[in-house]
Design a protein around this ligand. Structure first.
Ligand code: FAD
Ligand code: MG
Length: 573
């Protein structure tokens, strides 16, 4: 309640200063608010723009936000960062934190440390954005800091450009009992909670006076979701149990069970088949039960109920970890309603990461998806633009002249060529017998490209995508001025001229999954797949090199070394 009363107060304060804002906008885009506003009326007077630089407000300090900030030439903008956590977390190592292979503090880097290294000022505010008002270009925030500290926890910020990089939240698919009784693995705190709970399960299982069935239930760990997070956690837990816990809790050694519930037919189904089947075989040898084709219907404090091949089953559990995908955060959902994207799952952007239906707002990382333009929507304009001699047909030369722009603007064309094993784009225009046609008419052109859009793919919700998007957007921001006068993107087919920038293009650099017992699976560029012990060593070197600072690199490597020498720490702190 207090938040919204304060927001409306702030809003009224804003209307009184509209005249001055208008004046300042017309004099060079600067938004400076009137001094006549009583400071007491406005909880965040000091947060209004005072410099002539355009203000960029960044929401989130995860992979996308940090990558954007690292690449941005922040001397060009007044940069303000808002995030409820004052650190960056290296999420790929979260599964290792759940079992103490790596300590939580080893995978986080304080934002203020990262900012301090920049020669220019970037302001960081530890707060959560609760609402985006795109019409008035402002965001409303609340800090979760101790209410007993003096001062207001609520404030608003104005922006010229807004970068939404708030990530996503766990998706429970409204399954009853999940929010109440399951653990999640999304944030550092989640991993710490899981670590404590695993130890609790063991301590409880060895208390005197429990029946064997009760002990067995307490050390039954269920993981819902057979994607990389669920699989890596299952593997970590198995190692923790086998290498450390059974020595400390020998009485329950034969009762421990790990079960992975997966709705699809295979675990790791976004990976190459060879990795997925290697993981299934390894889990089979390790005694990790994998229940495929199963869907959880509800969870209670003691039971997990699921549907498996039409039958409803119940399993007693000690602990359930839910890791089945992500959904939009409330602030994003609310924003989507505002801008007419209410029926979507995540925010849609165009290929330049601009939120559709909204000016000067960009979204990247897990909170957004690039809505790739369909070539069929533009097919007539492409044809007309290419047919420079207005003959009603395209010659090969005419087609060649627009090919590069087509490939860049509609990357699904390239994927289509790959899927059909066509070496050259002009192969598209060949006739049914494979003979090159000197000219094609509109209908032939349209039918040649009619199946191309089937290859349009959504980008995965990964750190790799988020980081590449952040880096891309920072480059666009750094070159905004030059590209206004000298655009460098592909030609516009619907309008004349060129796009200001090249559209975002994702480059997949491969992916890893650790499978326990010092083994991992890797899918690397060029369809190169590798599994086993050597891959785990490759994983160690890649993840050590990917750390965001020398400090965390040192901490992570020393944690790995400590684990090899002394094992994992089972204290329940
Ligand atoms: P995040 O990194 O989640 O960052 C979101 C930021 O926004 C955070 O700083 C958060 O505090 C902040 N925020 C949240 N709400 C608000 C708000 N209202 N206002 C302002 N700020 C807000 N990807 C890989 O590529 N490889 C891997 O090996 C891998 N392993 C993973 C393992 C685990 C356990 C998990 C959970 C994820 C893993 N991922 C991996 C996925 C990867 O972590 C995400 O895709 C990535 O974090 C997305 O980046 P992001 O910047 O969009 O969101
Ligand atoms: Mg022609």
């Amino acid at each position: 309640m207090t938040v919204f009363s304060s927001f409306s107060r702030a809003f009224h304060a804003h209307s009184s200063s509209k005249l001055l804002v208008l004046f300042s906008v017309s004099s060079g885009g600067l938004v400076a608010l009137s001094e006549s506003q009583a400071e007491s009326d406005r909880p965040n007077a000091e947060l209004c723009q005072t410099e002539s630089k355009k203000r960029v407000v960044v929401l989130g300090t995860g992979w996308a936000g940090i990558s954007f900030l690292k690449g941005l030439n922040s001397s060009m903008y007044d940069v303000q960062v808002v995030s409820p956590r004052n650190y960056f977390a290296f999420t790929p190592l979260l599964p290792s934190v759940t079992c103490g292979t790596v300590e939580a503090r080893s995978i986080v880097e304080p934002i203020r440390n990262m900012i301090k290294k920049r020669s220019v000022d970037i302001n960081f505010w530890e707060a959560e954005c609760l609402q985006i008002d795109a019409e008035n270009k402002r965001i409303f925030c609340r800090s979760n800091l101790d209410e007993n500290l003096v001062g207001n926890n609520e404030f608003y910020l104005e922006y010229d450009y807004l970068i939404i990089a708030v990530g996503a939240q766990v998706n429970t698919f409204n399954t009853p009992g999940v929010s109440e009784y399951c653990y999640f693995l999304k944030e550092v705190e989640d991993a710490q909670r899981i670590r404590r709970s695993v130890i609790d399960c063991f301590e409880k299982a060895v208390l005197p006076g429990l029946s064997e069935e009760e002990r067995r239930t307490n050390v039954h760990f269920v993981i819902v979701g057979g994607g990389p997070t669920g699989v890596e956690f299952a593997a970590e837990l198995h190692d923790f149990v086998q290498e450390d816990l059974i020595k400390l809790y020998p009485s329950v050694k034969d009762l421990v069970k790990i079960t992975v519930i997966q709705s699809g037919d295979h675990i790791l189904n976004t990976f190459d088949e060879r990795i997925s089947s290697f993981a299934e075989q390894k889990f089979g040898r390790d005694g990790i039960e994998v229940l495929t084709g199963s869907r959880v219907i509800s969870v209670s404090d003691k039971l997990i109920n699921m549907k498996m091949k039409g039958e409803v089953l119940s399993m007693p559990h000690g602990m359930v970890v839910w890791s089945t995908g992500v959904g939009a955060r409330p602030v994003v959902k609310d924003f989507m309603e505002q801008i007419g994207q209410g029926n979507r799952r995540v925010l849609a952007t165009d290929e330049w990461l601009r939120v559709k239906g909204c000016r000067d707002v960009y979204a990247l990382g897990d909170c957004a998806t690039v809505d790739q333009r369909k070539i069929m929507e533009d097919i007539l304009t492409i044809f007309k633009a290419a047919d420079t001699d207005n003959s009603g047909t395209l010659s090969m030369e005419e087609f060649q002249a627009v090919v590069e722009d087509i490939l860049e603007r509609y990357p699904q064309v390239e994927l289509f060529l790959k899927s059909k094993h066509l070496p050259h784009v002009t192969d598209l225009l060949k006739d049914a017998e494979g003979n090159e046609r000197p000219e094609v008419d509109y209908e032939e052109f349209k039918s040649a490209l009619s199946l191309v859009d089937l290859q349009t793919k959504c980008l995965p919700a990964t750190a790799q995508v988020a980081a590449q998007q952040g880096a891309y957007l920072s480059r666009c921001f750094n070159h905004r001025k030059q590209c206004e006068t000298n655009p460098e993107g592909p030609r516009r087919f619907r309008l004349s001229g060129r796009h200001q920038f090249h559209p975002f293009q994702y480059k997949h650099l491969g992916q890893f999954a650790t499978l326990g017992g010092e083994q991992a699976g890797a899918e690397l560029p060029g369809d190169w797949v590798s599994v086993g012990h050597s891959t785990q060593w490759l994983w160690y070197s890649v993840y050590a090199s990917k750390q965001v600072s020398w400090r965390t690199r040192f901490l992570v490597v020393s944690d790995w070394t400590r684990k090899f020498i002394f094992g994992r720490d089972s204290s329940r702190i």
